[in-house]
Design a protein around this ligand. Structure first.
Ligand code: HEM
Ligand SMILES: *[C@@H]1O[C@H](CO)[C@@H](O)[C@H](O)[C@H]1NC(C)=O
Ligand SMILES: *[C@@H]1O[C@H](CO)[C@@H](O)[C@H](O)[C@H]1NC(C)=O
Ligand SMILES: *[C@@H]1O[C@H](CO)[C@@H](O)[C@H](O)[C@H]1NC(C)=O
Ligand SMILES: *[C@@H]1O[C@H](CO)[C@@H](O)[C@H](O)[C@H]1NC(C)=O
Ligand SMILES: *[C@@H]1O[C@H](CO)[C@@H](O)[C@H](O)[C@H]1NC(C)=O
Length: 331
């Protein structure tokens, strides 16, 4: 009997402590609790957005490919644990397999040095204020303007995550051999529609691909879903049985322009991936591809809306989020 009373009183004591803790939590969290809004840093670090912009500009002018890298990096960040800069974390003894080492990211993901440079300037100016997740979202926005004259406001106020797991990257990032059903499902899991998937795929009008991402379409025979002339020229740039993995532009016509040429390439079967061709395999997505080839302004507007939406996937705005001191390591 006595032991039952003891257990009950221990239980009650625990409950009291747990409640007290809960009351304390909002106080310690308040400092870190944010909400996404356009111009979040205006009052906290007035020049935050212009510092990111000037940094991105200086790197992308020298190497437009880095702009493509930043747009892709933002996508790969947002699809794994939300837009929380988890993709930026380096391997450590405690966490030897972060996202950036996963097959879809390594060694193809690029632009990390741009984020590092912006972060270093921001830490000097406004220590501990601007999150790496926001820097990446702003950098992708600025790259879209430089490469595509696509200009938009993006809400900020994201916090940085403390977890990065390569298996999660592998499970959440769509590979280039996915068919339409699989692509649509992959985007739906992140709250994005088939139409938004088609719109965001337009980013394949810039940057490059490693041969290994599409050689299964070249050998032993050129995939019948690929333009055979195009396939023959790709074979020359991506020979079989070599140890080094070459790269080719995504868009051979306007390689450094974020424009609707991608959709023209999809139609002429001269886009690199099976996943690009797959956009032609339903009436609706096929029609959307065709519309974009004729209405570049519509593509621009849809791209803006889809990027803002992608940038809000599962964002961290409170505990356990933090503002990292350096984007490669948790605090
Ligand atoms: C629809 C599903 C998608 C698949 C299957 C896919 C797959 C790929 C693959 C395999 C590469 C080449 C990587 C390499 O070998 O170097 C690539 C490059 C790229 N992707 Fe995607 N992607 C998809 C969607 C997106 C989205 C939504 C965006 C951004 C909004 C994006 C932006 C890019 C960019 C900019 C590059 C060039 C990167 C560079 O030059 O460094 N992709 N993608
Ligand atoms: C850039 O985009 C704006 C708005 O869409 C447009 O008014 C302007 O003409 C474009 N500039 C160039 C150089 O294409
Ligand atoms: C990474 O994620 C996978 C899949 O969710 C999980 O099985 C694994 O335990 C995680 N690894 C670590 C180190 O947390
Ligand atoms: C897409 O791939 C999945 C998995 O391999 C398969 O079950 C499905 O039938 C495919 N869908 C189409 C339309 O090819
Ligand atoms: C490439 O290697 C494969 C086996 O590894 C072989 O069957 C094929 O004949 C080789 N092709 C060329 C062009 O050397
Ligand atoms: C195949 O690609 C070439 C350019 O590489 C293009 O001129 C031709 O129109 C394309 N063929 C078809 C059927 O779209």
């Amino acid at each position: 009997m006595a032991s039952v009373y003891l257990k009950i009183s221990i239980l009650i004591t625990c409950l009291i402590f747990a409640t007290a803790f809960q009351l304390l939590l909002p106080v310690s969290e308040a400092y870190y609790s944010r909400s996404l809004k356009v111009g979040y840093y205006r009052s906290k670090c007035r020049t935050a957005e212009s510092i990111v912009k000037s940094t991105v500009r200086s790197y992308v002018k020298r190497n437009p490919g880095l702009g493509a890298g930043l747009i892709r990096m933002h996508f790969h960040d947002c699809f794994v644990r939300g837009c929380d800069a988890s993709v930026l974390l380096d391997p450590t003894q405690a966490n030897p397999q972060p996202e950036k080492l996963a097959i879809p990211n390594f060694p193809s993901l690029r632009g990390f040095e741009v984020i590092d440079a912006a972060k270093a300037k921001l830490e000097k100016k406004c220590k501990g204020v601007v999150s790496c997740a926001d820097i990446l979202a702003l950098a992708a926005r600025d790259a879209s303007y430089i490469l595509g004259n696509i200009s938009y406001k993006i809400p900020t106020g994201r916090l940085d995550g403390r977890v990065s797991n390569s298996t999660e990257a592998l499970l959440n990032l769509p590979p280039p051999f996915f068919n339409l059903t699989q692509l649509v499902a992959s985007f739906a899991r992140k709250g994005l529609s088939a139409a938004e998937m088609v719109t965001l795929s337009g980013a394949h009008s810039i940057g490059r691909s490693h041969c290994s991402s599409f050689t299964s379409r070249l050998y032993p025979t050129i995939d019948p879903t690929m333009n055979q002339t195009f396939g023959a020229s790709l074979r020359k740039r991506c020979p079989q049985n070599t140890t080094n993995d070459g790269v080719v532009p995504q868009d051979f016509v306007t390689p450094d322009k974020l424009d609707v040429q991608y959709y023209k390439n999809v139609e002429s079967l001269t886009a690199l991936f099976f996943s690009d061709w797959a956009l032609l395999t339903s009436g609706e997505t096929n029609k959307q591809v065709e519309t974009y080839t004729k209405e570049p302004e519509k593509f621009k507007q849809d791209f803006i809306n889809a990027m803002v939406k992608m940038g809000s996937i599962e964002v961290l705005t409170g505990s356990p989020g933090e503002v990292r001191g350096t984007c490669r390591f948790v605090n």
